[in-house]
Design a protein around this ligand. Sequence first.
Ligand SMILES: [Zn+2]
Length: 183
Amino acid sequence: MLTIENTNGNVYTLIGEDGDYSFLHCQRSGQYVVAWRLHEVGEGLYAWEQGHYYKEFLSACDCFVKKCEGADERGGATLKNSKSEMWAKYLRYLCEWVKFHEEAMFYGMSPSCFDDWLCNERQEQGVCPKCGETSLDYDGGAVVEADYVYNWTCQNCGAVGKEHYSMTFEEHTLGDEGKGVIK
Ligand SMILES: [Zn+2]
């Protein structure tokens, strides 16, 4: 993970970035910062225009998600399904996951990693689940168990995957030569 040094001498871990907002964790104080317009002010030294400070990860996460959502809304509909939106959604998923898995009975469990979560979130025919572009290049297809499966390669991000179609029984039809013949 990327670390940066602030002009006040503190070292921060950069947890996430989205447009003008950065999500930071101060290694010394343990504080979380949702920083607006993080920028380099000197050699390896960073500062931000405005910061929201939190002791709790969840509160900071919530703030970051809201800021990113606000930024998306101001950006208009073109940002729908954008990196901002998906990242904010994933962070919200993580927050929810933490809330519902605090008890010892969930010991050892982990939330979905970003790629798995994203793939599950983006289930649209012809759309790459990784980058959201309609740039899939199909390479034939084959019957696999009860599915018809196409292999694809994304021309935009290079991801490879499979598109599954289920085959269900509809009806019988007779061939012309068999019609009306009773044996
Ligand atoms: Zn892609």
